[in-house]
Design a protein around this ligand. Sequence first.
Ligand SMILES: NC(=O)c1ccc[n+]([C@@H]2O[C@H](COP(=O)([O-])OP(=O)(O)OC[C@H]3O[C@@H](n4cnc5c(N)ncnc54)[C@H](OP(=O)(O)O)[C@@H]3O)[C@@H](O)[C@H]2O)c1
Length: 341
Amino acid sequence: MSTTNRQWLLKERPLSLVGPEHFKLVESALPEPDLAAGQVLLKTLMLSFEPAMRGWLDDVPSYLPPVGIGEPMRAPGVCQVIRSDNPQLPEGTLVQCMANWQEYSVGDPSAASSPRALREGTSPNLALGVFGGTSLTAYFGLLEVSQPQAGETVLVSGAAGATGSVVAQIARIKGCKVIGIAGGPQKCAWLKDDCKLDEVIDYKSEDLDSRLRELCPQGVDVFFDNVGGDTLQTALNHMAEYGRIVLCGCISNYNDATPPPGPNNLNLVISRRLRIQGFVMMDYMAQAGKAMKELSGWVKAGEIIWREDVQKGFENIPATLQRLYTGANEGKQLLKVADPQ
Ligand SMILES: NC(=O)c1ccc[n+]([C@@H]2O[C@H](COP(=O)([O-])OP(=O)(O)OC[C@H]3O[C@@H](n4cnc5c(N)ncnc54)[C@H](OP(=O)(O)O)[C@@H]3O)[C@@H](O)[C@H]2O)c1
């Protein structure tokens, strides 16, 4: 075991695009901790990057408290138990937890985000990727919140991302006509050729408004929005009567210092009898087992495919977070810190 622990601490709160300059890399001695009953010493193997992490850096109330200046950045990940005072989690066990941006940590079973053992045979990539929180977000947001019916038109923004690509494929499995919005020819080709979406719109090179008019003459029944801002405003113009808009995320303004103006066409919500609903995936965790069983079936049958973007190197952690907001990531953004022992 190493005798040092590296951590990335929050140095200052970003006011625009988050980047390496907002964090400080520190190295400290790793004393042999006295583990209390039930605690485990964890070595970080793989980190997950999520757009919501930008919100944890702002000093505002949210569903999780802000990360404090001088604290290690909060981040979900997969770790390996390297010392244990917990018979449920013996040495060698791979666990999922709030690993944070650090090489070693103490896992406490009494903490809200206590370490949970990975299912036998599940790799860190799969646990954080297609069998992780983004797929559950896609499942509950689409099926529980919007309740799409076969034959309906489903529009998905951020469609080539971890969440959006699973939303789009579930909608396809349910017999919907699926249109994905993504940035760049490679992401759009993957969605059309490999994920088998009906149509794709490259918002970086095409005019979203005219493409939606062309592709959805009867209007959009379900809009699953990961992006917000102008994308939401434009999509609103194309909603069919009694359409549902699922607000999953608004990544286009996560790095803005001041909130952008709201959509100027909300009157359409009234005249077209629309329903707009936000949701937080964690609220559905009681049903996660059932959802994961169905998702696993689709993955094993090849009906849902996925992509992982695995960066490497502890020193590259802050730059990897930035990839989400520039669209550099191709699929679920992960970073490998170490191999299991
Ligand atoms: N409600 C919940 O419980 C919940 C849970 C998890 C995630 N989410 C939300 O789901 C969304 C997707 O998260 P994810 O983890 O799956 O990330 P992701 O989609 O894999 O990665 C983020 C993608 O967002 C797109 N993007 C970034 N900046 C953009 C901009 N200014 N305009 C348009 N698109 C932009 C980029 O794709 P392009 O290259 O195509 O632009 C980028 O690749 C986020 O909004 C996140 O906050 C919500």
